[in-house]
Structures are given as structure tokens and as C-alpha cells.
Design a protein around this ligand. Structure first.
Ligand SMILES: [Fe+2]
Ligand SMILES: [Fe+2]
Length: 265
């Protein structure tokens, strides 16, 4: 279903704001902006390497994420341009982590190739079919990745790994910008259809799952990476509430628009 003309005009304006800010303040290069000259300081920390590989793997489902994005938009350049742009930034995330693992000697080319093959053999499928629910999902998902990378950055700092810590900082800043964009799109949806949008928000809060962890090879080994600093409680306090807050909403706005007993209190 095509969004209304006024919504599409809004998407376009939001995209241009996002794009201008990204070009002016958030451009970074895998080759020039990561302190590769400090590779000698990188400690041998198997848990940090496993986490970097895990997040790299999640970012490597990009072809599926992009397909989901693009199939949701019909006749909407604002969102199509955003998807293309967003895809470029997400590609940079996977490539920076991949380069880190290779250049620091913690993974071989052959192992990364096997890993890529294993990821490619699996398919990630979008969890919602309604475009507006996917916007809600994307806002939460981006905020979740921001929180995860923020946590990983602290672990890298504690382990005195200046290279990985900087990569996580750069990636985390992108994830926050992505979350903000989806928040702005949600604000437009709220203006157009408040009740419907709140109902979608309540539905996604109740059913949200992070993508792709369980699709990676050796998921059991990666379980500690998935839960590092991140229980269900943290999902509510560090993801849902800040996103709602950014929209000028509280959880009470959700209760009113959800079937009784379906929103966790
Ligand atoms: Fe990312
Ligand atoms: Fe992102």
C-alpha cells in the first residue's frame, strides 16, 4: 500500500535532513578513520574477537535487510534513498569489523570466508508485514544495536583495545542516527494516524526479537555475546522507553491502545 502524498513529502524532508547531517558530520572511512597504526596494542582476547565476529555476522545479513526495506516501499523515493544510504552505512559496519579481525590476526581469510558462506546459506526474514510495524521494529532494532555497541565499546576499552573501541564508537554513532531517522518517520505516522500507530507500537513492543543471532554458526557459543549487558529488562529501559520518550510518549499511551494484558508493565 502506498503511503499518502503528505506522508511521502514528510519522508522526503526527513531523508534530506538525515542525509545532510550524515554527509557533514558522520562520514567515516574504514581505511582512514580507524586507528590501524595501533594494531600492535590489540590484546589477544578471545571473547572480544568472538563478539566482533558475531556482530560482523549480524551486519552481514545486509542483503536480506535491504530486500525487506525495499519491498516495503512502493513509489516512495524518500524511503528508497534512505534505504540505499543506510545500506552503505551498514556495509561499512560489517567491513570495519571484518578488517579488524583480519588485520589483528585473530581470524584468517579462510575462516572469514567460511563464516561468510555459513551466513549466506541462511535467510533472515522480516518479522512484520505491515510497513508501519517495520518502521517501529527498525527504530527499536537500531536502538538495540546502539546499546549493544556501546556496551561492547566499554568492554574493548577495559581490555585496552584502542582499535576495536574506536570502531564500536563509529558504528554506534551511525546506529543512533538510524534510530533517530525512524523515530522521525514514526512521528509523521503518529501525526497522520495516532491510534493506528500506537497500536502498532504496542504490538511490536510485545513481540520484538533481535535479528539473526540464532542464524549464525555456533549460536550456543555466541549466547553470552547476545545477552552481554542485555536482558529483557534492559530492552524496556534502554530501548523502548528512550524511543517512546523521543516521541513524547510514555508506556501509558501504549496500554490504552493494546488489548488488555498484552503489554508488559
Ligand atoms: Fe549496523
Ligand atoms: Fe543501523
Amino acid at each position: 500500500m502506498m503511503a499518502s502524498r503528505s506522508l511521502r513529502e514528510g519522508f522526503h524532508r526527513e531523508f534530506m535532513t538525515f542525509f545532510e547531517r550524515a554527509e557533514r558530520t558522520r562520514r567515516w572511512s574504514v581505511f582512514d578513520d580507524v586507528p590501524w597504526e595501533r594494531l600492535a596494542e590489540v590484546p589477544r582476547a578471545t571473547d572480544l574477537a568472538l563478539a566482533a565476529e558475531t556482530f560482523c555476522g549480524i551486519e552481514m545479513f545486509l542483503p536480506d535487510y535491504l530486500q525487506a526495506h525495499l519491498s516495503l516501499l512502493v513509489g516512495d523515493y524518500g524511503q528508497a534513498w534512505f534505504s540505499a544510504h543506510w545500506g552503505h552505512e551498514e556495509a561499512r559496519h560489517a567491513l570495519a569489523l571484518r578488517e579488524y579481525l583480519l588485520r589483528s590476526g585473530q581470524r584468517s581469510e579462510a575462516r572469514m570466508q567460511d563464516f561468510a558462506d555459513a551466513v549466506m546459506a541462511r535467510r533472515w526474514r522480516p518479522p512484520y508485514e505491515v510497513p508501519r510495524q517495520m518502521v517501529v521494529y527498525s527504530a527499536f532494532q537500531e536502538m538495540t544495536t546502539f546499546v549493544s555497541y556501546h556496551h561492547q565499546r566499554r568492554l574493548a576499552q577495559q581490555a585496552n583495545d584502542p582499535v576495536l573501541a574506536e570502531i564500536y564508537r563509529l558504528i554506534g554513532r551511525d546506529e543512533m542516527a538510524h534510530c533517530r531517522f525512524y523515530q522521525r518517520i514514526l512521528a509523521l505516522h503518529l501525526d497522520e494516524d495516532r491510534t493506528g500507530t500506537l497500536t502498532d507500537l504496542a504490538h511490536v513492543v510485545r513481540t520484538f526479537r533481535m535479528p539473526a543471532h540464532e542464524l549464525l554458526p555456533s549460536p550456543r557459543e555466541r549466547e553470552t555475546v547476545r545477552t552481554a549487558g542485555f536482558g529483557r529488562g534492559a530492552f524496556i529501559t534502554e530501548v523502548v522507553l528512550p524511543v517512546l520518550n523521543g516521541l513524547g510518549l510514555t508506556r501509558h499511551d501504549l496500554y490504552r491502545h493494546a488489548p488488555v494484558g498484552t503489554v508488559e508493565r
